[in-house]
Structure formats: C-alpha cells, structure tokens
Unconditional design. Structure first.
Ligand code: PLP
Length: 363
C-alpha cells in the first residue's frame, strides 16, 4: 500500500442528501419528493433552460476560462468590478481554493458549530486545524467567542450567513464589529449562499466590505435561488490581490460552458427570482403555522430551509418519512439528534411534508 498524506484520514466523508431516484428504487415508490438539499422547488428560469439548449450544440469547444460574459453580468448585478470576482465550479470550489491558497499544515480555521461542513473538509484536506465555536442559544453565530478564538495561527474565519443548517443570520452591526476586532491578517469569509432569500433588513451589504478593502471574501452561488445546483456555478467577491491569488490555484477551465450560459440567463431573469423568493416566503409562513399547531419548536429562518425540533429521534422519523417518499435531512449529522432540516418546497410539497410528518409523529 502506498502511504497517504497524514491529513487524509482526518477527513469525514460528506453525507449528501439522498437522491430521489435512489429512494424510488430502494422503496419501490413513484412520486418521491426531496426536501433535503435546499434546492429550488421552482427549478431554473425558463430562460436558463433555453440558454442551455443553445449551449448544448457547442460543448465540443472548451469553456471560457475567464468566465468573461458571466463576470460582465455579475459586474452590473453586484455593482463591483470584474477584477473583484472569481467564478467557481460551485462556491464549494472557492472554499477549497481558499484553503489551497492560504492553509499550511497546523494553521487554524475557525467556524461555527453547527455550520456548513465544507469548511472543515477544505481545512482538513490541507492539514489545517478546524476550531469550532458553538452557536448561541438562539442558534446564531457567537461572533464574540469566534473573535476570542483567533490565535496567531488563525488564517481564515468562516461565517455562514444565513447559517446552514440553522437559517439564522448575523447583522450588519455584528459583522462590522467583528471585522474591527479581528486582526487584518485573518481572512473573513462571508458565505452568503442564501443571501437572495433574506428578509431581515439588518443583513449586511457585504460588497461594501470588499469595496472598503477589507480582508473579506464573499461567497454566493447559482445553486440555491437560481435553481442551477446540477450545473455547479458559484462565485467569490474579494479584493483584487486575493482574487489574483485564487486564480493561480484555480484550474483553467473550472466552470463548464453550460453552467456559464445558464447563469447569465438566470441572472437576467428578475421575474423568476422574485417568484422563487415569494414562493419561499409564503412557504415559510405556512410551515411556521403548521409547526405551531403541532407544538413543534423551530428556528426562524432567513433562508430556504427550516431547522425544526421534533422532540423525537430524527433518524427514526427520517426513515419513516423516506418510506412514504419524503426526503429530509436529519439533525444528528449537525449534533442535534431530535431535529430535522427541511427545505421549503412548493405549496404541494409543503402540504405533503406536513401530512407525512403528522402521520409519522402520531405513530
Ligand atoms: C449550498 C451551499 C453552498 C453552495 O454550494 P455550491 O457549491 O455553490 O453548490 C455554499 N455554502 C453553503 C452554506 C451552502 O448551504
């Protein structure tokens, strides 16, 4: 056997949400719904689908390695210059690029617990140490404790805003204070995968931090509200010097041509964005009301999923719901064995989810 790098065995393999086809196959079901991976229930913009049809005929040509046209569109949309943008094969790739660019073995990375597992994965891949700071009682990031956790070895702090899996956010004021406390050498990553769903007016306008030359990297994605998770496109916004460094590490053709075309079309379709936002907002209120009727406590969300306490073993509920064709995410993987995380769906999906949950909990 060939000896592997020391850090490899510390990596905990990612547990993805169960694919629909797999559940249909295993349980002999027909109409399975997946409310497990925070995908958009409305799907992509029809304009993105149209763009994909056209792009399909040209897949024999390598993609534009600079993502020129997509960055042009983002420039307008974000009101920031192209030199401050990097596009990735999902924002997951940018998390990995950050780790590959900055982390040496023994360096420290700070994140909340529970939060998005990709941060730990990327850190461990580079042999860095992951320092997890428990969230507050209201499931928000404990930024004061995270600031205190910074040492001379700290390179990156990940703030997931809104946080996956809790749906909570940190405010403009809190982030501003945090940035003042943390030493300039530390990179603060604001992962805003769910930014477009946020309703709270106190959400930071983090592009401003980049414009003010802060040591900040903002992450966004086309996988969530834009409904393009299967294509893999996300982007980072940062100071030019940071973008240049990440570009050294990036593969030359990291974002495929179909993803670039669909992302451009998706960005232009404001109507679809608004429809996706409204559907989520209404679905959120519907689910809150049902949870209240059922006496279940939930964490109010600023994203497209809800972290809800079932006061029951989440794995048992998960399996029972799976047999009835509803896939959700269990809380045990985040350290909350009585919770599930459910993605807000269409009206029909939300109703079916509640009916199924009631059946299962009544047993
Ligand atoms: C879904 C998600 C992402 C996006 O991942 P992609 O690689 O862009 O699909 C990033 N961060 C968080 C917190 C997420 O939940």
């Amino acid at each position: 056997m060939t000896k592997i790098r020391d850090c490899i065995m510390s990596i905990k393999p990612y547990t993805p949400g169960k694919p629909i086809e797999e559940v249909e196959r295993e349980y002999g079901l027909a109409e399975v719904i997946k409310m497990a991976s925070n995908e958009s229930p409305l799907g992509p913009s029809p304009k993105a689908i149209e763009a994909l049809r056209e792009a399909a005929a040209k897949v024999h040509i390598y993609p534009d390695g600079r993502c020129y046209y997509l960055k042009q569109e983002l420039e307008k949309y974000l009101d920031i210059e192209e030199k401050n943008i990097i596009v990735g094969n999902g924002s997951d790739e940018i998390i990995k690029l950050l780790a590959e660019t900055y982390l040496n073995p023994g360096d420290e990375v700070i994140m909340a617990n529970p939060s998005f597992s990709e941060y730990a994965f990327a850190a461990q891949l580079m042999g860095a140490k992951i320092v997890e700071v428990p969230v507050n009682e209201d499931y928000t990031h404990d930024l004061a404790a995270m600031a205190k956790a910074v040492t001379e070895k700290t390179k990156i702090v990940f703030i997931c805003n809104p946080n996956n899996p809790t749906g909570t956010l940190v405010t403009k004021e809190e982030v501003g204070r945090f940035l003042k406390t943390v030493p300039d050498e530390v990179i603060v990553v604001l992962d805003e995968a769910y930014a477009e769903y946020v309703e709270d007016q106190n959400y930071p306008d983090s592009i401003e931090y980049v414009k003010n030359e802060e040591n900040v990297v903002v992450l966004r994605t086309f996988s969530k509200i834009y409904g393009l998770a299967g294509l893999r496109a996300g982007y980072g916004i940062a100071r030019e010097d940071i973008i240049n460094l990440l570009n050294r590490v990036r593969e030359p053709f990291n974002v495929n041509s179909m993803a670039q075309c669909a992302a451009i079309a998706g960005l232009k379709d404001k109507e679809h964005l608004e429809a996706s936002f409204s559907l989520n907002s209404e679905g959120k209120r519907f689910l809150y009301d049902r949870f209240k009727e059922m006496g279940l406590s939930y964490v109010p969300t600023e994203a497209n999923f809800i972290f809800v306490d079932l006061a029951a073993d989440c794995r048992e509920v998960f399996t029972a719901m799976l047999k009835k064709g509803v896939i959700v995410r269990t809380g045990d993987i985040f350290g909350y064995p009585t919770f599930i995380r459910v993605t807000i769906g269409t009206v029909d999906q939300n109703e079916r989810f509640i009916a199924t949950l009631k059946e299962v909990l009544d047993k």
